[in-house]
Ligand binder design. Structure first.
Ligand code: HEM
Length: 402
């Protein structure tokens, strides 16, 4: 290594992975992490090649499929752990959840919820944006707008989802829960049982909600998905939505930094800001894949069965694609090449929902406050307990109501 940089996966590296990745892209763009039995892919060009060749780089087997004692519903492959035709068909079913029609219908209720949350701190001069808005807003979208659950369940879903990420992190590419953590397993069992019971209830008593439509989607042969399968699909959706919190917080930081350069009332500009925030500092870190055959990637020979992780954040700062990659520039060329939502067959299905949440949030906030400033209290540190996600720990704002 040319510079004195921290090792992969240390808290220091996770806090600021960008110098580490810059070095790797230049020196050894596909590098091995033996302790995790994985190669990390850092250049955007290589990431694109992998994401667009699922026949060589499979999503099957990317995480363990253990069913733990106490689970009333078996662990089955979810959307992110499937390939080919099966993946295409299951993905189509997921679209009921986030169809353009559903999103259009949801928008007024989302706006009302954003304003309800703002009402709770409109008279305060200072807030931490994460617990005041960035956490509860997407939690409401998932819990109420999509799953039709009472408010008291939202915090619980959040705890289950965070624990799920932690468990996923621990067993990622290790073929099992190495030294299983009882607390995380208990949480996974409870979470799975809850999603299973919810699935059963929407099968027995369908309602006009995105969840009911999803749960009762038939396969091309006319059969319904099994309850076990659907349970795991629902669980992944809840977990996937976790990332919206950080996009919202990061996009607000970036919007404040841009100041009057940004016209927040312009929908296109807001969408570009959200994409650029994701490019510069998105929450999703790695996309795991398994090689189905011997392959050469970034000058490295990977035998069949090799496990790799696509470093989205590294690809997003690749100087070969993005000019001045460390600068915030929503009008940059090639913004459409940002990888914050992944790429190819597995690109995030929640992207339109996350973009809508971000737009509604930013427009509501800037509409209600004359000034929103970043407090000097901010150290912009991240939660480094997970390798698979990067979230701001706090975001202190100084506010002046309009
Ligand atoms: C800012 C918010 C979000 C970010 C940055 C994000 C990021 C990502 C990324 C990078 C992938 C691709 C993973 C891979 O290829 O290995 C992905 C997939 C996925 N995301 Fe998101 N996501 C976000 C919001 C959401 C939301 C709100 C939902 C649920 C409604 C969701 C559900 C999913 C699902 C189900 C997949 C798997 C898709 C597939 O395998 O076909 N995501 N997400």
């Amino acid at each position: 290594m040319s510079r004195d940089l921290p090792e992969f996966g240390t808290p220091q590296m996770l806090e600021d992975p960008f110098p580490f990745f810059e070095d790797k892209r230049a020196q050894c763009p596909v590098f091995s992490v033996p302790s995790r039995n994985v190669h990390i892919v850092t250049r955007r060009e290589d990431i694109e090649f992998v994401a667009l060749h699922p026949e060589i780089f499979s999503n099957k087997g990317r995480a363990s499929l253990e069913t733990f004692p106490g689970q009333r519903y078996k662990t089955m492959p979810d959307l992110a752990s499937m390939d080919g035709e099966e993946h295409r068909e299951v993905r189509k079913a997921h679209m009921a959840f986030v169809s353009p029609k559903r999103l259009r219908e949801m928008r007024p209720a989302m706006e009302a919820e954003a304003h309800r949350l703002i009402d709770l701190f409109i008279d305060q001069k200072e807030i931490d944006f994460i617990p005041s808005f960035a956490k509860p807003f997407p939690a409401w979208v998932m819990g109420s707008a999509l799953l039709d659950l009472p408010r008291e369940m939202h915090a619980q879903l959040d705890i289950w989802a965070v624990n799920y990420f932690d468990l996923f992190d621990k067993n990622l590419h290790r073929g099992g829960t190495n030294g299983p953590d009882r607390r995380l397993i208990d949480s996974y069992v409870e979470f799975t049982n809850y999603c299973g019971d919810l699935t059963v209830s929407h099968r027995e008593n369908p309602r006009d909600t995105p969840l009911s439509e999803f749960v009762n989607t038939a396969k091309s042969d006319g059969e319904l998905y099994s309850i076990d399968e659907m349970t795991c699909f629902v669980r992944l959706l809840v977990v996937g939505a976790q990332t919206s919190t950080n996009l919202m917080a990061q996009a607000l930081v970036d919007a404040i930094r841009l100041g009057p350069q940004l016209d927040i009332t312009d929908r296109r500009e807001t969408q570009k800001l959200l994409d650029e925030s994701l490019r510069l500092d998105g929450p999703a870190t790695y996309g795991p894949r398994v090689c189905t055959q011997d392959v050469e990637l970034g000058g490295v020979h990977l035998p069949a069965g090799s496990r790799i992780m696509l470093a989205w954040q590294s690809g997003n700062r690749d100087e070969a694609t993005f000019e001045n990659p460390d600068q915030l520039c929503p009008n940059r060329e090639k913004l459409a090449k940002q990888l914050g939502y992944g790429l190819g067959a597995h690109r995030c299905i929640g992207a339109p929902l996350a973009q809508l949440e971000g737009e509604v949030a930013l427009q509501a906030l800037f509409g209600r406050f004359k000034t929103i400033r970043l407090s000097d209290k901010n150290d912009f540190r991240h939660d480094t307990s997970l390798t698979s996600m990067r979230n701001l720990l706090a975001l202190h704002l100084e506010l002046e109501a309009a």
